[in-house]
Design a protein around this ligand. Structure first.
Ligand code: ZN
Length: 124
């Protein structure tokens, strides 16, 4: 997995977590580019996290992406909520597998596996 990190969070800390999520979904992390950016404010349901992804692999010169799945995650500047990051990531990974909203369960109902618990909510 390649991480494009435009947040205040340390790549050494956040990358293994995101990579583990990709693996836990049974996907090949070498096929993924994950782009994280900061976002101001907190919003109720997913603690300010949001994201998007494409249904197919992409090419994007600006970031030197060559035929990879691309997932964008927006994470609040101050609050890192591991459960919310997990849910958004799993949802976006489902899009890269070609699933659409009608084929998915509601994002808030995604179950949290135990490894996420080790990444407790931290405020920076
Ligand atoms: Zn979606």
């Amino acid at each position: 997995m390649r991480l494009i990190n435009e947040t205040s969070y340390d790549s050494k800390w956040i990358k293994p977590f995101l990579q583990k999520i990709v693996k836990s979904e049974g996907l090949d992390h070498s096929e993924y580019v994950v782009h994280i950016t900061n976002r101001r404010g907190r919003y109720s349901k997913l603690k300010g996290c949001a994201g998007y992804a494409y249904h197919r692999k992409i090419w994007w010169d600006r970031y030197k992406i060559k035929n990879k799945y691309y997932v964008k995650l927006k994470i609040p500047t101050k609050l890192f909520d591991a459960n919310s990051v997990f849910k958004v990531m799993v949802h976006e990974l489902a899009h890269t597998r070609g699933l659409r909203h009608k084929d998915m369960i509601n994002i808030t109902k995604i179950k949290i596996p135990s490894f996420v618990e080790t990444f407790k909510t931290e405020t920076f």
